[in-house]
Design a protein around this ligand. Structure first.
Ligand code: ADP
Ligand code: MG
Length: 806
């Protein structure tokens, strides 16, 4: 044999081996001992081709299948003379370069899978485009998911995982079940449906049997060549009596599987972006990010709370080895969220409290007088709340306390008592209400309460709103500056620059939904650090209060004054509307008034307003033409709203038709009926708020919940409402039913979004809060080197929030 013929023969053998190797799925089983050994034996016969080929196949058996495939393809092309020896040895990230332009056989085509494990990152804030294969198009798609950086990618949390972890023998798969199989591709066909749509039908076999899988994506035929080892995950369906996977998840077998045979992450997607691609990206990002991850939780913190390190948790939140690992990862990342949230809130509170505040002596005399003169005894809950407030006021730090209490639980008396404590020490107090009407209402009830005191001890109070006449304003300004005016009640007009107190000691802010942090900020920028008491009649479960008002201490009045009549609450079906209207008529004939709440039609004030308007017109014309009806909705100007409410309050209207804007605490003792249309559409807490608008006088009151076809959940809500009057209990039920996200959009509260932390997880929240306190006690600005990653995390998290939070 000539040397040349010998070389040709060797090449021929090698070709056959490579073809066989491809057919066998690149398992290095084409020749005994493996390709690397074969090449070593052929070294002398292959002559000049020996060296480059040996380099190409170095360590072949230890490579991931994908890379083996690629080596084989290159070798084939080299032997065909389409690649030079120089081009043969693959560059480190082989990437797309290996995609052949006109590959010889289906079996030798590489899948366009990119590996980036050797990529180096500068920082986690590098843009996603540093990842191989992420160009402008992909960048845009990711941006739609708010993913811009590598960090965003590793924190792009799966919405859920599909459990493809159990690999089954093909013979054991069952119709309609989700399962994973592994096998070899034994047949690939392209076909058309009756309507002419092209699809690919692939047959996969393992030792126990065969099964087919079909995809409409013709590209699959090129990615799943005969002989490829593949894993398939999906639901088993049927076609003409044989089992079939339709468009299952699939993956070529290699060391790391992302899409099959495991718990597989399911991500949020945007148009043109597929699960598989996102998985590849998160996987690549995790790989690249690993060396740069700085755990915000130090070892001691992790140990205290038994949490895994950040790297492990991130890996597992995407690609968990088990459900248990996933749960651990979730717990860890939820803790992170809670902690950075609490660190921000607690920090804010400490900042507020670090400024010097006034220390009010307890003022036992002024208080005792007042409490003695009240026509009733404080409830236990009122007393407790007042004691907590007094304790705060007694220390020389500004108070920041939230007073939560159901409608009618008697918060006003408590606020009045607190104001007396401040006034007794020569300070002034202010009460801020969200609307003129409510400010007026407060002014009236406080005048009445303080009217009980002997004249010489009666605080001087004034009402200041946008419509206070100029002359009166001037008198108020003078009184405030001279210190002769003790208590100012009003709207945000109080916060205007020209309003100057001589010595503001206490600010009571009613209804924290509209007031709160911002107002505190405004007061401070006016140079005051008064004690702040925020009052709300929207009961929030304690867990939620800690999240949303983590910068406030919380007092709760969870007890109604004795002898309060329950508001009779009934569910009524649409068919009984006539009888309901008759009932309204009778109550009105007896001198009472009624609210009719019209439901949310859409999440749009405009549409709600139109719907309520139409209902108002129908009721006015067809049902109650002889009665006086008013209309209230969110599209009215504030003055118009006030006018409608005022007319109703003063008895000039019999029925007030309204959208949900009526919610905020107005007192109309003569109103005895709250009729709520489409009641199942409202949240429980909101329904409870509506109900609280009646039952404020001596007369028996009713809440009628109209709904035509309530969902199961809607029905449960209405039943809960009909059976309990306790706002806190209802808030808990609401939280259970609706889940934390919807219960109280954190966006609305000006807090950054929480991704993982579930508000129901009270224990974790409490731990995070304690940890935040501990951390800030020992390292107030988190400036110690080991807390740097945590400090950065806090900064990033809060930067995403609504901003105005300091
Ligand atoms: P809130 O502001 O919490 O909705 P209010 O302070 O307006 O409740 O109180 C509702 C009504 O209950 C008022 O008429 C008030 O005088 C009365 N009230 C408050 N505390 C008590 C009490 N301990 N016993 C009896 N009546 C009370
Ligand atoms: Mg009130």
């Amino acid at each position: 044999m000539t040397r040349e013929r010998d070389q040709d023969a060797a090449i021929e053998i090698l070709r056959k081996v490579l073809t066989l190797e491809a057919r066998k799925g690149f398992q290095d089983t084409a020749v005994g001992g493996g390709i690397e050994r074969l090449l070593a034996g052929f070294a002398s016969r292959l002559d000049g081709k020996a060296q480059p080929l040996s380099r190409l196949f170095a360590g072949y058996s230890r490579l991931p299948v994908e890379q083996r495939r690629e080596r084989v393809v290159r070798a084939q092309r080299f032997l065909d003379g389409r690649l030079s020896a120089k081009q043969l040895t693959p560059e480190p990230p082989p990437a797309t370069a290996s995609k052949p332009s006109a590959p010889p056989t289906a079996a030798s085509r590489p899948a366009p899978r990119r590996r980036v494990s050797r990529m180096t990152l500068e920082s986690l804030d590098d843009p996603v485009t540093v990842l191989p294969g992420v160009g402008e198009g992909r960048r845009k798609q990711l941006e739609a998911l708010e993913v811009r950086t590598i960090r965003d990618l590793i924190y792009l949390l799966p919405r859920r995982h599909k459990d493809y972890s159990a690999v089954q023998p093909i013979a054991s798969i069952l119709f309609q079940r989700e399962c994973t199989i592994r096998g070899r591709v034994t047949d690939v066909q392209e076909a058309r449906t009756q309507s002419g749509k092209r699809y690919v039908l692939v047959e996969i076999a393992d030792d126990t049997g065969r099964v087919k899988a079909s995809w409409f994506n013709p590209y699959i035929a090129r990615q799943l060549p005969i002989g490829a080892q593949v894993a398939i995950s999906g639901k088993v369906e049927q076609q003409r009596g044989t089992l079939l996977f339709r468009g299952p998840e699939w993956e070529l077998l290699e060391a790391e599987t992302l899409n099959t045979g495991r718990l597989v992450p399911v991500y949020p997607l945007t148009r043109g972006l597929y699960q598989k691609q996102v998985r590849q990206l998160t996987h690549a990002a995790l790989d690249a990010a690993r060396p740069l991850l700085d755990d915000p939780l130090t070892q001691p913190i992790r140990e205290r709370h038994q949490l895994p390190p950040l790297g492990e948790a991130l890996e597992a939140i995407h690609y968990p080895a088990s459900e248990a690992e996933l749960a651990r990862a979730r717990a860890r990342l939820a803790f992170d969220e809670f902690l950075v949230l609490q660190l921000g809130l607690v920090r804010r509170k400490l900042d507020w409290q670090q400024t010097a505040g006034h220390a009010f002596p307890p003022a036992p005399e002024a208080l005792a007088d007042f409490l003695d003169l009240l026509p009733f005894e404080l409830t236990g809950a009122q007393r407790r709340a007042l004691e907590e407030i007094q304790a705060d006021m007694a220390v020389p730090k500004p108070m920041s306390r939230l007073l939560q209490g159901d409608v009618g639980s008697g918060k006003t008396v408590v606020a009045a008592a607190a104001a007396l404590v401040a006034i007794a020490d020569g300070c002034q107090a202010a009460i801020l209400a969200p609307t003129e009407l409510l400010a007026e209402q407060h002014a009236r009830s406080l005048s009445k309460l303080f009217g009980l005191l002997p004249e010489e001890r009666r605080p001087a109070l004034a009402l200041l709103t946008g419509s206070t006449p100029a002359a009166e304003r001037r008198a108020i300004d003078e009184g405030l500056q001279a210190g002769t005016l003790n208590l100012l009640i009003g709207t945000h007009a109080i916060l205007e620059e020209r309003v100057v107190f001589q010595r503001l000691g206490l600010a009571v802010i009613d209804e924290q939904h509209r007031f709160g942090v911002g107002q505190r900020h405004a007061l401070r920028s006016k140079g005051y650090n008064p004690d702040v008491l925020v009052m709300t009649a929207t009961p929030i479960p304690r867990s939620l209060a800690l999240v949303i008002h983590g910068d406030l201490d919380v007092s709760v009045i969870d007890e109604l004054p004795p002898g309060r009549q329950a508001i009779e609450t009934y569910r009524v079906e649409g068919g009984q509307r006539r009888r309901v209207y008759d009932f309204l008529r009778r109550e009105i004939a007896a001198g009472h008034q009624a609210f009719v709440i019209y439901p949310l039609v859409e999440e749009s004030e405009q549409i709600d307003a139109r719907a309520a308007t139409a209902e108002y017109e129908r009721l006015s014309r067809e049902v109650f033409p002889d009665l006086r009806l008013g209309l209230l909705h969110g599209r009215l100007r504030p003055a118009e709203k006030d006018a409608a409410m005022r007319a109703f309050r003063d008895g000039a209207l019999d029925i007030l038709v309204s959208t949900s804007v009526v919610e905020v605490g107005i007192d109309v003792p003569n109103a005895t009926i709250m009729l709520i249309e489409g009641a199942d559409r409202f949240g429980l807490s909101q329904l409870h708020q509506f109900r609280g608008r009646v039952g404020r006088g001596a007369d028996k009151s009713y809440c009628l919940l109209l709904s035509d076809e309530a969902s199961a959940e809607g029905t449960r809500r209405l039943e809960a409402l009909a059976t309990t009057q306790d706002g806190f209990r209802l808030a808990e039920v609401d939280l259970e039913l609706r889940g934390p996200g919807e219960f109280f959009g954190t966006r609305q509260s000006g807090l950054p979004d929480l991704q993982l932390a579930t508000l129901g997880d009270l224990a974790t929240l409490q731990h995070a809060r304690d940890e935040a306190h501990t951390l800030l006690t020992f390292d107030p600005d988190l400036s110690q080197p080991e807390h740097k990653p945590l400090a950065q995390q806090v900064e990033r998290f809060w930067a995403k929030g609504a901003g105005d939070l300091s």
